[in-house]
Design a protein around this ligand. Structure first.
Ligand code: PEP
Ligand code: MN
Length: 337
């Protein structure tokens, strides 16, 4: 931490602040400027009481952190790109994956058709929500346990890996029995208790960025997973809420690039929830690949018009091959060093 004192602080005041800093467990290094004196407090903030309390001291102008709030997720800690294994398939560190499937598991037939269609195009990790976080309590909430059984059947028949969302702590154990990767949705990105409990399942976690979380908060949320027993995180940008209404959410491609620089974990994008409309999914997917994404998670449904959730944004699964063909050259170009 750097403690900036108010201009023209007296020697007495400087000593007073330095003494408090020392008492809190840090070594104070005093640097005197023409107007300002700053004290560099040397010591690990995670092991001592925070120096933030000095912000309220009348002689202190501001207290600035130099350490990032996330360590295990950071590239400083682990400079090389990490790859994450979902079932038998890798993502990150040069392994690009397209994860696809319907927004929600609606029936065995629906899930089987979606899986069969996207499998044919090369997709090996399937998505599908058995538990859905819906804005309205009157909307379809997911099939629950029955939905998980359908996902299990897809694994058995196609040999695919499965990713599905956890919306509450009570479902974690049940989901962990089936899921190769647990999804934490945008609405729960900063649900710290859920992060802590999901981490204990010791499965890879796909962590969506919350619709109003900063990159810093998103990576700090990933840190919650990492300090609680999860060793593999996939970060997913899915659009943030801005003043713009032409898209469902604003795909923050800048955040993809920043997250890639800041963290060693794979960063993927969800163009479906950013777009909100099927005809925008492809351009947003291309933009995400251009920004350095390690993969995509895309909604595909056999009969989007009659989907129980997110009908407008789901690609017809029988046409998913067109999407895959269109992104292929972008993946090739962007994977070149
Ligand atoms: C989903 O993936 O179906 C979903 C609910 O996404 P998000 O959490 O990004 O809204
Ligand atoms: Mn959805």
């Amino acid at each position: 931490m750097i403690i900036v004192l108010k201009p023209h602080s007296t020697e007495v005041k400087i000593k007073e602040i330095a003494d408090i800093t020392q008492k809190l467990g840090y070594e104070p290094k005093i640097i005197k400027g023409v107007e300002h004196t700053v004290i560099a407090a040397v010591g690990d903030e995670r092991k001592h009481q925070t120096l933030e309390i000095l912000k309220s001291h009348p002689s202190v102008q501001t207290v600035l952190p130099i350490q990032k709030p996330y360590k295990l997720a950071s590239r400083e800690y682990h400079p090389k790109c990490s790859k994450v294994k979902i079932g038998d398939y890798y993502i990150g560190a040069g392994h690009f994956q397209v994860i696809a499937g319907p927004c929600a598991v609606e029936s065995y037939e629906q899930m089987r058709k979606a899986t069969k269609d996207v499998y044919k195009t090369g997709v090996r990790i399937i998505r599908g929500g058995a538990y859905k976080p819906r804005s309205s309590p009157y909307s379809f909430q997911g099939m629950g346990k029955e939905g998980l059984e359908i996902l299990q059947a897809m694994k058995k028949e196609f040999g695919v890996a499965v990713i599905t969302e956890v919306v509450g702590v009570t479902h974690i154990d049940l989901i962990a029995e089936v899921a190769d990767c647990i999804q934490i949705g945008a609405r729960n990105c900063q649900n710290y208790h859920l992060l802590e409990m999901a981490a204990k399942a010791e499965k890879p976690v796909l962590l969506k960025r919350g619709m109003s979380t900063t990159v810093n908060e998103w990576l700090s949320a990933a840190e919650y997973l990492l300090v609680n027993g999860c060793s593999s995180v996939i970060l997913c940008e899915r659009g943030i809420r801005t003043f713009e209404t032409a898209t469902r959410n604003t795909m923050d491609v800048g955040a993809i690039a920043v997250a890639k620089q800041e963290s060693h974990f794979p960063v993927i994008a969800d163009p479906s929830h950013a777009a909100g409309r099927v005809n925008l999914v492809l351009p947003l997917a291309k933009a995400a690949i251009g920004a350095g994404a390690d993969g995509l998670i895309v909604e595909a449904h056999p009969d989007p018009v009659n989907a129980s959730s997110d009908a407008a944004q789901q690609i017809k699964s029988s046409e998913f091959h067109k999407f895959m063909e269109s992104i292929e050259p972008f993946i090739k170009i962007c994977s070149q060093k």
